[in-house]
Write a protein that binds this ligand. Structure first.
Ligand SMILES: [Zn+2]
Ligand SMILES: [Zn+2]
Ligand SMILES: [Zn+2]
Ligand SMILES: [Zn+2]
Length: 331
């Protein structure tokens, strides 16, 4: 992939493109991305994993240990198996051990440990994101389901284009984006960006850039990228909210691109960064500009791509459609 020949020129809002100083910076600095990716492993931030919180789980600890598969150490869920000598085993491991108990080497047979399944049913344990603020306590069998959806679960880094596995809360990720990915930070709810690419004939798959906006006490990620849509190269811009989907619905945004007396406008609700960059892109939930149109907007000799994207973020008055289903999420 080639990142160096794309630049974003941004100017403060309300400033005509010919006035004032512009900041020119590369789409992405490969070295910065590599550094960030390298760091990712050791940097799993924000107290993510956590295990079961101490005090609340204390009386259940020994039972909880019994519910750990002695082979893979994952929590066991029905059907829990056991050998004739009573050694327990999760169903995934059972299918792998060729009918031999891994503990005593006896034939395993097909015995379920109903007693342990029943004991598990009576257990109540705190959410594993207890230390991140989740106050909820769940029956053993519904805990896992909750944890996959828990609002306190850490976010993954919203930076696209690298396999960054950093997780954490929003303030941590904002610092991470700024320091490790060298992402541009802007304050304010309006923006005026120019995306410049010297050779628009070369549209590599997934060339992209990210800018972070801070307004209304929240953070938003503006993504801009070029990719192939079927056979056709397109440019796409969209906004993601650094927070949960329910909170994302409190905001709207518009994007506008144009020149030569034409313009395209997109208005939408930012998607939560819980939805991956790729998922949002593939659902086309943003401003999509065909290349021919993009070159037309660039004017001149079609040798250079120059898109001026202006945008605005605003807060919705108490959303009447809270709980309403979003397009592309309902199917
Ligand atoms: Zn197992
Ligand atoms: Zn055994
Ligand atoms: Zn929780
Ligand atoms: Zn990252």
């Amino acid at each position: 992939m080639e990142f160096d020949n794309i630049h974003c020129i941004s100017s403060p809002d309300a400033m005509d493109e010919d006035e004032g100083a512009r900041i020119t910076h590369p789409f992405m600095k490969p070295s910065a991305a590599a550094a960030a990716a390298g760091r990712a492993g050791g940097n799993a931030a924000g107290g993510g994993g956590g295990g079961v919180a101490g005090a609340a789980a204390a009386p259940a600890t020994s039972v909880h240990e019994l519910l750990e598969c002695p082979v893979c150490t994952n929590s066991m869920y029905p059907p829990i198996h056991q050998c004739q000598n009573g050694h327990t085993l999760c169903s995934t491991c059972k299918s792998r051990v060729h009918n031999r108990c891994p503990t005593c080497r006896q034939e395993l047979g097909d015995i379920r440990c109903l007693a342990l399944e029943k004991v598990a049913e009576s257990l109540e344990l705190p959410c594993k994101y207890y230390s991140l603020g989740c106050p909820e306590i769940f029956p053993y069998y519904s805990k896992l389901k909750h944890e996959a959806q828990c609002n306190f679960r850490p976010y993954t880094c919203p930076y696209a284009g690298s396999e960054c596995s950093v997780v954490g809360d929003i303030p941590f990720l904002v610092t991470h984006l700024r320091d490790d990915h060298k992402v541009d930070m802007h304050t304010g709810c309006t923006f005026n960006h120019r995306y410049v690419k010297s050779n628009p004939r070369e549209v590599e798959n997934a060339t992209w850039m990210l800018t972070v906006f801070h307004c209304f006490g929240q953070y938003f990620c503006l993504h801009f990228e070029a990719f192939q849509l079927g056979m056709a190269p397109v440019y796409m811009a969209f906004l993601r909210f650094m927070g949960d989907e329910a909170d994302a619905r409190n905001y709207s945004y518009s994007l506008e691109v144009g020149a030569n007396g034409r313009k395209m406008v997109w208005e939408g609700t930012p998607r939560s960064i819980r939805d991956s960059h790729r998922k949002v892109r593939d659902s086309h939930d943003g401003l999509i500009i065909q290349r021919n149109m993009a070159l037309f907007f660039s004017g001149g000799d079609r040798k250079e791509l120059k898109l001026r994207v202006t945008g605005r973020i605003w807060k919705e008055e108490q959303s009447a459609e809270a709980g309403a289903c979003m397009p592309n999420l309902c199917s």
